[in-house]
Design a protein around this ligand. Structure first.
Ligand SMILES: Cc1cc2nc3c(=O)[nH]c(=O)nc-3n(C[C@H](O)[C@H](O)[C@H](O)COP(=O)(O)OP(=O)(O)OC[C@H]3O[C@@H](n4cnc5c(N)ncnc54)[C@H](O)[C@@H]3O)c2cc1C
Length: 368
């Protein structure tokens, strides 16, 4: 039997690259350890600053890092994971380059494949809304914003101008709120400085959130404060409201109201990829992987899961930890420690627990 232990990390986001970084250090120059990482993107993406790409404030290069640069002692596969077989300890991947399918063997597996945008099975919304999850999404929003400004500056039809200048973001979490803050600032500054013919009075910004207050991750006091700030900046913050339908030029709310608008951005939730929910192991109802307090997938001692694709319960509150970058980073420390212990035959596995020391979010260019 080969002495070399194969560690395979799936996903090059917050969870994946931090586990990679930590275990490369722990197993530095160890010839008996082979580390590989698979990601469909060949770069790590700092998602909290995607909204700033959508407003053109920063360039995608400012928030991406090539994964190969982080592979000090690891092999990188630029490929999409298509099947995970825990019985055979095999992961099937499809190469981005030529679509060829390969099977990768592992002894230890780390699953950190993130999440997908959840449209709650609403095909109209999926068809007509922008999303904010990838670099391509952020650039599409940016091109669209500029287009809307150019068109609104040229039309003499006031109703159409107002539709072009109405922007609706659905989702009261980090992604939705930060995106609203950015586009509100970009559009208002642009109209003031470069498109005076549009008229600031024709701009309408709507943030739709299903909960009582926005940014529930921050708690009621800060969430309500953030809502007040956005209102002062000219955003209609509609809480306890859901978007239920959309078309090319409108979005419909659950109170029956129809907002005519040419730009709808959907950031109302995430769910796990079918590749994760279809793994033959114990899942939560949502499809997320169920892990124990050491972040090992239940009944699979050699497999760890973390980040948005895993359901990890806070032992003190009994509630699931929120799907945030901060949680993924902290979970990666536990996973790296426990992976090292398991491989080194030590029994001192660490339980995961995390108390946030605070979070930061942006509400436009001047307030964080
Ligand atoms: C716009 C936006 C703003 C946000 N702002 C904040 C914030 O301010 N603070 C905060 O804490 N959190 C924020 N978040 C949430 C945060 O980004 C996520 O919680 C975090 O990225 C989860 O980390 P992860 O490692 O689980 O997944 P990710 O970081 O999403 O990484 C998943 C990785 O898996 C890869 N992948 C996925 N599927 C496959 C496949 N089939 N094959 C191969 N590779 C695959 C992806 O390419 C990616 O590299 C924000 C998210 C967004 C979208």
């Amino acid at each position: 039997m080969s002495k070399i232990k194969k560690i395979l990390i799936l996903g090059g986001g917050f969870g994946g690259i931090n586990v990679l970084r930590l275990i490369q250090n722990k197993f530095k120059n160890n010839p008996n350890i082979k580390i590989s990482i698979v990601s469909q993107d060949n770069y790590f993406l700092y998602t909290p600053m995607l909204p700033q790409v959508s407003s053109g404030l920063i360039h995608p290069n400012d928030i991406t890092v090539p994964i190969r640069k982080l592979c000090k002692q690891a092999e990188f596969y630029h490929a999409a994971v298509s099947y995970i077989d825990m019985k055979q300890k095999l992961v099937t991947v499809t190469r981005e380059f030529d679509g060829k399918v390969h099977a990768l063997e592992y002894d230890y597996l780390v699953i950190t494949l993130g999440s997908n945008t959840n449209f709650f099975d609403n095909e109209n919304i999926e068809k007509h809304a922008f999303t904010i999850k990838t670099v391509e999404d952020a650039l599409s929003i940016n091109f669209n914003l500029i287009n809307m400004l150019e068109n609104a500056a040229q039309t003499s039809d006031l109703e159409f101008k107002k539709e072009l200048m109405t922007f609706t973001v659905v989702g009261g979490g980090f992604a939705g709120v930060e995106t609203m803050g950015e586009i509100n600032q970009l559009v208002r500054d642009s109209v003031k400085n470069f498109y005076p013919s549009i008229g600031e009075e024709n701009i309408s910004m709507n943030l739709i959130a299903s909960k009582d207050y926005i940014l529930s991750e921050l708690g009621p006091r800060l969430g309500k404060l953030a809502g007040e700030y956005l209102k002062k900046a000219g955003v209609n913050v509609l809480t306890k409201t859901k978007a239920v339908d959309a078309g090319e030029d409108y979005v419909q709310l659950d109170n029956g109201k129809i907002i005519p608008c040419m730009t709808l951005i959907w950031a109302a939730g995430v769910d796990v990829d079918p590749i994760v929910s279809e793994i033959d192991c114990i899942h939560k109802k949502s499809g997320k992987l169920k892990v124990d307090k050491y972040l090992k997938v239940l009944e699979h001692d050699h497999v760890f899961a973390l980040g948005d694709c895993a359901l990890i319960t806070n032992p003190i509150t009994g509630e699931a930890y929120p799907t945030t970058a901060q949680n993924s980073i902290h979970q990666s420390v536990t996973v790296a420690n426990n992976l090292f212990s398991v491989i080194s035959g030590k029994s001192n596995l660490k339980e995961y627990s995390f108390k946030s020391k605070g979070m930061m979010t942006t509400l436009g260019r001047k307030v964080a």
